[in-house]
Design a protein around this ligand. Structure first.
Ligand SMILES: *Cc1c(COP(=O)(O)O)cnc(C)c1O
Length: 362
Protein backbone atom coordinates (compact mmCIF):
# COMPACT_ATOMS: atom_id res chain seq x y z
CA UNK A 1 0.00 0.00 0.00
CA UNK A 2 1.34 3.39 -1.01
CA UNK A 3 -0.38 6.58 0.06
CA UNK A 4 1.79 8.68 -2.29
CA UNK A 5 2.54 8.21 -5.98
CA UNK A 6 5.60 6.03 -6.54
CA UNK A 7 8.33 6.18 -9.18
CA UNK A 8 7.23 3.73 -11.84
CA UNK A 9 10.03 2.53 -14.12
CA UNK A 10 7.72 0.42 -16.29
CA UNK A 11 8.60 0.13 -19.99
CA UNK A 12 4.96 0.63 -20.93
CA UNK A 13 2.31 1.52 -20.12
CA UNK A 14 4.47 3.92 -18.20
CA UNK A 15 4.34 7.09 -16.12
CA UNK A 16 2.41 10.07 -17.38
CA UNK A 17 3.29 13.57 -16.17
CA UNK A 18 1.52 14.19 -12.88
CA UNK A 19 0.37 17.62 -14.09
CA UNK A 20 -1.31 15.92 -17.06
CA UNK A 21 -3.14 13.42 -14.85
CA UNK A 22 -4.29 16.25 -12.57
CA UNK A 23 -5.53 18.28 -15.53
CA UNK A 24 -7.42 15.28 -16.92
CA UNK A 25 -8.90 14.72 -13.48
CA UNK A 26 -10.06 18.32 -13.25
CA UNK A 27 -11.78 18.05 -16.64
CA UNK A 28 -13.07 14.52 -16.19
CA UNK A 29 -16.73 15.24 -15.48
CA UNK A 30 -17.27 18.42 -17.45
CA UNK A 31 -14.83 19.32 -20.20
CA UNK A 32 -14.56 23.05 -20.86
CA UNK A 33 -18.17 23.77 -19.93
CA UNK A 34 -19.51 21.19 -22.38
CA UNK A 35 -21.34 19.40 -19.57
CA UNK A 36 -19.83 16.05 -20.61
CA UNK A 37 -16.64 14.10 -20.18
CA UNK A 38 -14.35 13.84 -23.21
CA UNK A 39 -15.05 10.10 -23.00
CA UNK A 40 -18.74 10.70 -23.67
CA UNK A 41 -18.40 13.02 -26.66
CA UNK A 42 -19.22 12.15 -30.24
CA UNK A 43 -16.04 12.08 -32.26
CA UNK A 44 -17.95 14.13 -34.86
CA UNK A 45 -18.95 16.89 -32.43
CA UNK A 46 -17.58 20.42 -32.71
CA UNK A 47 -16.16 20.38 -29.22
CA UNK A 48 -14.27 17.15 -29.93
CA UNK A 49 -13.09 18.38 -33.34
CA UNK A 50 -11.32 21.20 -31.51
CA UNK A 51 -9.50 18.76 -29.23
CA UNK A 52 -8.54 16.58 -32.18
CA UNK A 53 -7.35 19.42 -34.42
CA UNK A 54 -5.39 21.07 -31.64
CA UNK A 55 -3.65 17.80 -30.73
CA UNK A 56 -2.71 17.10 -34.33
CA UNK A 57 -1.48 20.68 -34.86
CA UNK A 58 0.60 20.54 -31.67
CA UNK A 59 2.23 17.27 -32.70
CA UNK A 60 2.93 18.72 -36.14
CA UNK A 61 4.57 21.81 -34.70
CA UNK A 62 6.54 20.10 -31.91
CA UNK A 63 7.94 17.43 -34.27
CA UNK A 64 8.16 19.88 -37.17
CA UNK A 65 6.28 17.49 -39.42
CA UNK A 66 6.55 18.78 -43.00
CA UNK A 67 3.42 19.30 -45.15
CA UNK A 68 4.49 16.32 -47.29
CA UNK A 69 3.65 14.08 -44.32
CA UNK A 70 0.32 13.13 -42.74
CA UNK A 71 -0.28 12.36 -39.06
CA UNK A 72 -2.62 9.46 -38.36
CA UNK A 73 -4.21 8.44 -35.05
CA UNK A 74 -4.83 4.69 -35.28
CA UNK A 75 -5.32 1.67 -33.05
CA UNK A 76 -3.84 -1.83 -32.95
CA UNK A 77 -0.55 -0.83 -31.33
CA UNK A 78 2.88 -0.74 -32.88
CA UNK A 79 2.39 -4.46 -33.47
CA UNK A 80 -0.31 -3.90 -36.09
CA UNK A 81 2.14 -1.63 -37.92
CA UNK A 82 4.42 -4.66 -38.33
CA UNK A 83 1.77 -5.83 -40.86
CA UNK A 84 0.37 -2.51 -42.10
CA UNK A 85 3.79 -1.29 -43.23
CA UNK A 86 4.41 -4.18 -45.67
CA UNK A 87 0.74 -4.42 -46.71
CA UNK A 88 0.85 -0.79 -47.84
CA UNK A 89 4.44 -0.23 -48.91
CA UNK A 90 6.09 -3.43 -50.07
CA UNK A 91 4.01 -3.70 -53.25
CA UNK A 92 6.24 -1.20 -54.99
CA UNK A 93 9.07 -3.72 -55.56
CA UNK A 94 7.97 -6.74 -53.51
CA UNK A 95 11.14 -6.48 -51.39
CA UNK A 96 12.19 -4.78 -48.19
CA UNK A 97 15.29 -4.53 -45.97
CA UNK A 98 15.11 -4.96 -42.20
CA UNK A 99 17.71 -4.23 -39.54
CA UNK A 100 17.34 -6.48 -36.51
CA UNK A 101 18.57 -4.77 -33.35
CA UNK A 102 16.26 -6.33 -30.81
CA UNK A 103 13.04 -8.11 -30.06
CA UNK A 104 10.55 -5.81 -31.78
CA UNK A 105 12.52 -5.36 -34.99
CA UNK A 106 12.77 -9.17 -35.20
CA UNK A 107 9.00 -9.43 -34.77
CA UNK A 108 8.45 -6.75 -37.42
CA UNK A 109 10.67 -8.66 -39.85
CA UNK A 110 8.94 -11.95 -39.12
CA UNK A 111 5.53 -10.40 -39.83
CA UNK A 112 6.72 -8.75 -43.05
CA UNK A 113 7.84 -12.13 -44.41
CA UNK A 114 4.16 -12.94 -45.03
CA UNK A 115 4.03 -10.21 -47.65
CA UNK A 116 7.21 -10.17 -49.69
CA UNK A 117 10.88 -10.90 -50.00
CA UNK A 118 12.51 -9.67 -46.81
CA UNK A 119 16.23 -9.29 -46.43
CA UNK A 120 18.06 -8.87 -43.15
CA UNK A 121 20.17 -5.78 -43.77
CA UNK A 122 21.99 -6.00 -40.43
CA UNK A 123 21.74 -7.73 -37.08
CA UNK A 124 23.24 -7.18 -33.65
CA UNK A 125 22.18 -10.64 -32.44
CA UNK A 126 25.84 -11.78 -32.46
CA UNK A 127 26.45 -9.67 -29.35
CA UNK A 128 23.07 -10.02 -27.69
CA UNK A 129 21.87 -6.70 -29.13
CA UNK A 130 24.24 -4.60 -27.03
CA UNK A 131 25.17 -2.39 -29.97
CA UNK A 132 23.80 -0.82 -33.16
CA UNK A 133 25.38 -1.76 -36.51
CA UNK A 134 27.29 1.08 -38.19
CA UNK A 135 26.24 2.63 -41.48
CA UNK A 136 28.91 0.65 -43.38
CA UNK A 137 27.63 -2.58 -41.82
CA UNK A 138 24.19 -2.13 -43.39
CA UNK A 139 23.74 -4.54 -46.25
CA UNK A 140 21.43 -2.53 -48.47
CA UNK A 141 19.77 -3.98 -51.54
CA UNK A 142 19.23 -1.56 -54.38
CA UNK A 143 15.57 -2.45 -54.93
CA UNK A 144 14.00 -2.42 -51.47
CA UNK A 145 10.57 -0.76 -51.25
CA UNK A 146 11.69 0.49 -47.83
CA UNK A 147 14.23 0.00 -45.04
CA UNK A 148 12.79 -0.79 -41.60
CA UNK A 149 14.51 -0.30 -38.26
CA UNK A 150 13.61 0.24 -34.63
CA UNK A 151 15.14 3.51 -33.42
CA UNK A 152 15.11 2.65 -29.72
CA UNK A 153 15.27 -0.94 -28.53
CA UNK A 154 13.03 -0.93 -25.48
CA UNK A 155 14.05 -4.36 -24.20
CA UNK A 156 17.81 -4.21 -24.78
CA UNK A 157 18.27 -0.52 -23.95
CA UNK A 158 20.05 0.57 -27.13
CA UNK A 159 19.28 3.52 -29.37
CA UNK A 160 20.47 4.33 -32.89
CA UNK A 161 22.92 7.23 -32.64
CA UNK A 162 22.57 8.08 -36.32
CA UNK A 163 19.89 8.16 -38.99
CA UNK A 164 20.72 5.46 -41.54
CA UNK A 165 21.34 6.56 -45.11
CA UNK A 166 19.47 4.09 -47.28
CA UNK A 167 19.65 5.83 -50.63
CA UNK A 168 16.41 5.55 -52.57
CA UNK A 169 14.75 3.21 -50.07
CA UNK A 170 12.42 5.18 -47.78
CA UNK A 171 13.17 4.92 -44.07
CA UNK A 172 10.50 3.29 -41.92
CA UNK A 173 11.08 3.48 -38.19
CA UNK A 174 9.45 2.06 -35.09
CA UNK A 175 9.87 4.91 -32.60
CA UNK A 176 7.48 3.57 -29.98
CA UNK A 177 9.87 4.09 -27.10
CA UNK A 178 11.70 7.29 -28.03
CA UNK A 179 9.26 9.44 -29.99
CA UNK A 180 9.02 12.92 -28.41
CA UNK A 181 12.20 12.30 -26.40
CA UNK A 182 14.28 14.54 -28.68
CA UNK A 183 14.01 16.44 -31.95
CA UNK A 184 13.94 14.19 -35.01
CA UNK A 185 14.18 15.17 -38.65
CA UNK A 186 10.83 13.80 -39.82
CA UNK A 187 11.56 14.86 -43.41
CA UNK A 188 14.17 12.07 -43.60
CA UNK A 189 11.52 9.41 -42.97
CA UNK A 190 9.00 7.75 -45.22
CA UNK A 191 7.08 6.52 -42.20
CA UNK A 192 7.37 6.71 -38.42
CA UNK A 193 5.11 4.76 -36.09
CA UNK A 194 4.73 4.53 -32.34
CA UNK A 195 2.46 2.87 -29.82
CA UNK A 196 1.48 5.73 -27.52
CA UNK A 197 1.84 3.95 -24.20
CA UNK A 198 5.57 4.58 -23.75
CA UNK A 199 6.08 8.29 -24.23
CA UNK A 200 2.82 9.81 -25.47
CA UNK A 201 -0.47 8.79 -23.90
CA UNK A 202 -2.33 5.82 -22.38
CA UNK A 203 -2.36 2.52 -24.29
CA UNK A 204 -4.81 2.27 -27.17
CA UNK A 205 -3.51 4.94 -29.56
CA UNK A 206 -0.95 4.38 -32.30
CA UNK A 207 0.58 7.38 -34.03
CA UNK A 208 1.71 7.05 -37.65
CA UNK A 209 3.46 9.84 -39.54
CA UNK A 210 3.83 9.08 -43.22
CA UNK A 211 5.03 10.67 -46.41
CA UNK A 212 1.92 10.87 -48.60
CA UNK A 213 3.97 10.17 -51.73
CA UNK A 214 4.29 6.55 -50.50
CA UNK A 215 0.55 5.95 -50.75
CA UNK A 216 -0.88 3.83 -53.54
CA UNK A 217 1.17 0.63 -53.38
CA UNK A 218 -1.12 -1.40 -51.09
CA UNK A 219 -2.04 -4.93 -52.10
CA UNK A 220 -5.52 -5.02 -53.71
CA UNK A 221 -6.91 -7.29 -50.98
CA UNK A 222 -5.70 -5.08 -48.10
CA UNK A 223 -8.61 -4.64 -45.67
CA UNK A 224 -10.11 -1.14 -45.71
CA UNK A 225 -9.13 -0.54 -42.08
CA UNK A 226 -5.51 -1.52 -42.77
CA UNK A 227 -5.02 0.90 -45.66
CA UNK A 228 -3.23 4.12 -44.79
CA UNK A 229 -5.18 5.74 -47.65
CA UNK A 230 -8.46 5.12 -45.80
CA UNK A 231 -7.24 7.00 -42.76
CA UNK A 232 -5.56 9.78 -44.73
CA UNK A 233 -8.79 10.38 -46.67
CA UNK A 234 -10.90 10.43 -43.50
CA UNK A 235 -8.41 12.35 -41.31
CA UNK A 236 -8.30 9.36 -38.91
CA UNK A 237 -12.11 9.46 -38.58
CA UNK A 238 -13.11 6.62 -40.92
CA UNK A 239 -14.42 4.96 -37.79
CA UNK A 240 -14.34 6.00 -34.15
CA UNK A 241 -10.77 6.94 -33.21
CA UNK A 242 -9.49 6.43 -29.63
CA UNK A 243 -10.96 9.77 -28.61
CA UNK A 244 -9.89 9.96 -24.98
CA UNK A 245 -6.32 8.88 -25.74
CA UNK A 246 -6.02 11.60 -28.38
CA UNK A 247 -7.20 14.12 -25.77
CA UNK A 248 -4.58 12.77 -23.34
CA UNK A 249 -1.90 13.05 -26.02
CA UNK A 250 -2.93 16.68 -26.43
CA UNK A 251 -2.37 17.30 -22.73
CA UNK A 252 1.04 15.60 -22.88
CA UNK A 253 2.04 17.68 -25.91
CA UNK A 254 1.03 20.90 -24.12
CA UNK A 255 3.12 19.80 -21.15
CA UNK A 256 6.12 19.25 -23.45
CA UNK A 257 5.57 22.60 -25.15
CA UNK A 258 5.40 24.40 -21.78
CA UNK A 259 8.71 22.83 -20.85
CA UNK A 260 10.44 24.21 -23.93
CA UNK A 261 9.63 21.61 -26.60
CA UNK A 262 11.71 18.68 -27.82
CA UNK A 263 15.12 20.37 -27.59
CA UNK A 264 14.54 21.04 -23.89
CA UNK A 265 13.13 17.53 -23.48
CA UNK A 266 16.27 16.05 -25.06
CA UNK A 267 18.53 18.03 -22.76
CA UNK A 268 16.57 16.89 -19.73
CA UNK A 269 16.55 13.26 -20.86
CA UNK A 270 20.27 13.32 -21.57
CA UNK A 271 21.02 14.67 -18.11
CA UNK A 272 18.61 12.26 -16.43
CA UNK A 273 20.02 9.16 -18.15
CA UNK A 274 23.56 10.48 -17.57
CA UNK A 275 23.11 10.36 -13.79
CA UNK A 276 22.18 6.70 -13.97
CA UNK A 277 24.86 5.67 -16.50
CA UNK A 278 27.56 7.56 -14.58
CA UNK A 279 26.69 5.65 -11.46
CA UNK A 280 26.57 2.33 -13.36
CA UNK A 281 30.05 3.01 -14.75
CA UNK A 282 31.42 3.70 -11.25
CA UNK A 283 29.63 0.90 -9.47
CA UNK A 284 31.50 -2.25 -8.47
CA UNK A 285 28.23 -4.20 -8.28
CA UNK A 286 26.07 -3.04 -11.18
CA UNK A 287 27.00 -3.01 -14.84
CA UNK A 288 25.25 -1.38 -17.80
CA UNK A 289 24.38 -3.82 -20.61
CA UNK A 290 24.51 -1.61 -23.69
CA UNK A 291 27.80 -0.42 -25.16
CA UNK A 292 28.38 3.26 -24.30
CA UNK A 293 27.96 4.67 -27.83
CA UNK A 294 24.53 3.07 -28.23
CA UNK A 295 22.99 3.56 -24.81
CA UNK A 296 19.35 4.52 -24.78
CA UNK A 297 18.27 7.59 -22.85
CA UNK A 298 14.84 6.00 -22.41
CA UNK A 299 15.48 2.40 -21.30
CA UNK A 300 18.53 1.74 -19.13
CA UNK A 301 19.42 -1.95 -18.85
CA UNK A 302 21.83 -3.28 -16.23
CA UNK A 303 22.81 -6.41 -14.30
CA UNK A 304 24.70 -7.46 -11.18
CA UNK A 305 25.91 -10.66 -12.84
CA UNK A 306 24.02 -12.74 -10.27
CA UNK A 307 20.42 -13.68 -11.08
CA UNK A 308 19.39 -14.08 -7.44
CA UNK A 309 20.82 -10.70 -6.55
CA UNK A 310 19.01 -9.14 -9.54
CA UNK A 311 15.73 -10.56 -8.27
CA UNK A 312 16.44 -9.37 -4.73
CA UNK A 313 17.20 -5.89 -6.04
CA UNK A 314 13.98 -5.58 -8.05
CA UNK A 315 11.93 -6.85 -5.11
CA UNK A 316 13.47 -4.53 -2.52
CA UNK A 317 13.31 -1.56 -4.89
CA UNK A 318 9.59 -2.17 -5.49
CA UNK A 319 8.97 -2.25 -1.74
CA UNK A 320 10.73 1.13 -1.52
CA UNK A 321 8.43 2.67 -4.13
CA UNK A 322 10.70 2.17 -7.15
CA UNK A 323 8.56 -0.18 -9.21
CA UNK A 324 8.92 -2.30 -12.34
CA UNK A 325 12.72 -2.49 -12.42
CA UNK A 326 12.78 -6.14 -13.37
CA UNK A 327 14.15 -6.61 -16.90
CA UNK A 328 12.03 -7.99 -19.74
CA UNK A 329 11.49 -11.73 -19.47
CA UNK A 330 13.52 -12.42 -22.63
CA UNK A 331 16.70 -10.78 -21.27
CA UNK A 332 16.46 -10.79 -17.45
CA UNK A 333 18.51 -8.38 -15.32
CA UNK A 334 17.11 -4.94 -14.65
CA UNK A 335 15.67 -2.17 -16.74
CA UNK A 336 14.82 1.36 -15.70
CA UNK A 337 12.52 3.00 -18.23
CA UNK A 338 12.90 6.73 -17.81
CA UNK A 339 10.69 8.34 -20.41
CA UNK A 340 9.84 12.06 -20.53
CA UNK A 341 7.46 11.80 -17.58
CA UNK A 342 10.02 10.30 -15.18
CA UNK A 343 11.26 13.25 -13.10
CA UNK A 344 14.92 13.81 -12.30
CA UNK A 345 14.02 13.14 -8.65
CA UNK A 346 12.92 9.62 -9.61
CA UNK A 347 16.31 8.81 -11.13
CA UNK A 348 18.08 10.40 -8.15
CA UNK A 349 16.01 8.23 -5.80
CA UNK A 350 16.89 5.14 -7.83
CA UNK A 351 20.62 5.91 -7.75
CA UNK A 352 20.47 6.51 -3.98
CA UNK A 353 18.72 3.18 -3.55
CA UNK A 354 21.29 1.41 -5.75
CA UNK A 355 24.19 2.86 -3.76
CA UNK A 356 22.68 1.60 -0.53
CA UNK A 357 21.97 -1.80 -2.07
CA UNK A 358 25.56 -1.98 -3.28
CA UNK A 359 26.87 -1.25 0.22
CA UNK A 360 24.60 -3.85 1.81
CA UNK A 361 25.35 -6.59 -0.73
CA UNK A 362 29.07 -6.48 -1.22
C1 LIG B 1 6.24 -1.62 -26.88
C2 LIG B 1 6.82 -1.69 -28.22
C3 LIG B 1 6.17 -2.33 -29.28
C4 LIG B 1 4.86 -3.05 -29.10
O1 LIG B 1 3.88 -2.08 -28.99
P1 LIG B 1 2.33 -2.44 -28.91
O2 LIG B 1 1.71 -1.09 -28.97
O3 LIG B 1 2.12 -3.15 -27.62
O4 LIG B 1 1.99 -3.28 -30.07
C5 LIG B 1 6.77 -2.32 -30.52
N1 LIG B 1 7.95 -1.72 -30.73
C6 LIG B 1 8.60 -1.08 -29.72
C7 LIG B 1 9.90 -0.42 -30.01
C8 LIG B 1 8.06 -1.05 -28.45
O5 LIG B 1 8.72 -0.44 -27.47
Amino acid sequence: MFTERIYNFSAGPSMLPEAVLAKAQSEMLNFGGSGTSVMEMSHRSGVYAEIFDETKALLKSLMEVPDSHEILFLQGGASLQFAMVPLNLIGKTGKADYAVTGNFSALAMKEAKHYGEIREAASSADENHTYIPAQDQLNLSGDAAYFHYCDNNTIYGTEWNYVPDTGAAPLVSDMSSNILSKPMDVSKYGLIYAGAQKNMAPAGLTVVILDKSLLGSEFPNTPTMLRYQTHVDADSMYNTPPTYNIYMLGLVLKWIKDRGGLTAMARYNEEKAGILYNYLDESALFEACARPAFRSNMNVTFVTGDKDLDAKFAKEAAAAGLSNLKGHRVVGGMRASIYNAMPMAGVAALVEFMKKFEQDNR
